[in-house]
Design a protein around this ligand. Structure first.
Ligand SMILES: C[S@@+](CC[C@H](N)C(=O)[O-])C[C@H]1O[C@@H](n2cnc3c(N)ncnc32)[C@H](O)[C@@H]1O
Length: 232
């Protein structure tokens, strides 16, 4: 069976998985990510989990179709509740809302281990997710944006342990992104537009203190874009 290609979004997640890692893919649905990595000999084993039986059935079919049942196991689980700490070094959570991801990370105590890596691709609420990760003691090692079917997504590689970087007021909005790729600049420009809209709304409602704060963050993002390398 010829191996399928991963779209840009999942390919970026896959690129952050360490060679020969034991992987957990949370909210696996079709299990494309673990199947693709297993087929390429890039991981030692994987547990592909989903909260719903329907997606899990899709995962099982793909695991069988591509003959990777010795490496990838499909399992019903709410977040990482049915996954043991020794089963995963690298944990991917992709294609879900950032608030749900933050809940999954928060309630899984065994993720608070400096050796584990989290690879998170939120569809929404990136700002809240970064804040909550920081509050739970995680930091962003690397973050990169990617364009996939005309949407720009961000993927963050995180680990447990405190770092100074997160203390900056810019962190919840830009995370680990720097304006050094076209996709990163696209993400940052979108973030800047959202911030300005929110700040204008707050100003109209008379919440001037918070509005000024957001305008200031927006100015800093604008400066990053202006002074950053390359052109978008
Ligand atoms: C949109 S799909 C994402 C599939 C794949 N990860 C991707 O990024 O292409 C989201 C999947 O997450 C699953 N899901 C939602 N909440 C979950 C939870 N609490 N624990 C595990 N899986 C969950 C859904 O059933 C669904 O299959």
């Amino acid at each position: 069976m010829v191996l399928f290609s991963l779209g840009g979004r999942l390919a970026l997640c896959a690129s952050m998985v360490r060679p020969q890692a034991a992987l957990a893919d949370v909210g696996t649905d079709h299990a494309y990510l673990p199947v693709w990595l297993a087929k390429r000999g890039a991981i030692s084993r994987a547990v592909a989990v989903d909260i719903r039986p329907g997606p899990l059935e899709r995962a099982r079919r793909n695991i069988e179709r591509y003959g990777v049942g010795d490496i990838v196991t499909a399992r019903l689980s709410d977040g990482l509740d049915a996954v043991l700490p020794e089963e995963a070094d690298d944990i991917v959570v992709a294609g879900m809302g950032g608030l749900l991801m933050a809940d999954i990370v928060h309630r899984t105590a065994w993720l608070r281990d400096e050796k584990k890596r989290l690879i998170l691709q939120p569809m929404t609420h990136g700002e809240d997710l970064r804040r909550r990760l920081l509050g739970d003691g995680f930091f962003v090692l690397r973050e990169q944006a990617v364009l996939d079917e005309r949407h720009v997504y961000t993927v963050m590689l995180c680990a447990y342990g405190l770092r100074e970087r997160g203390a900056d007021e810019l962190f919840p909005y830009v995370g680990g992104l720097s304006p050094d790729t076209r996709e990163n600049r696209m993400y940052l420009r979108r973030e800047l537009g959202c911030l300005r809209n929110r700040a204008n709304g707050l100003r109209l409602r008379g919440e001037t203190g918070r509005a000024e704060e957001l305008f200031r963050v927006g100015e800093r993002i604008r400066a990053m874009l202006r002074d950053g390398s390359g052109k978008g």
